[in-house]
Design a protein around this ligand. Sequence first.
Ligand code: FES
Length: 106
Amino acid sequence: MPRITFVAADGSTTEATGDVGQSVMSVAVNAGIEVILAECGGACACGTCHCYVEPGWLQRLAPPSDSEAAMIECVIDPRPESRLTCQLRLSDELDGLVLHLPAAQY
Ligand code: FES
């Protein structure tokens, strides 16, 4: 099971595992990551599952779709490493992925 490390804005970390094909958003929610609000349930329509991908991992992810890129423009403090966790699917290649969480989604 691929393992993800979530790094909170205060520097604390939470490790979680999920199944291949599962969305990173659902892994975060199941792990009790409260800042991942996921208000639209993963429909790429709210931006409240925003995270920042650790440098070095960004190139290993499939690029964002046009709809994800458009939604990222609406989040607080978007950066080049911004992604929406609901649009990221776990794979064996992503074992060890590190994601940084914003302090708040809005
Ligand atoms: S859960 Fe709404 S955009 Fe990801």
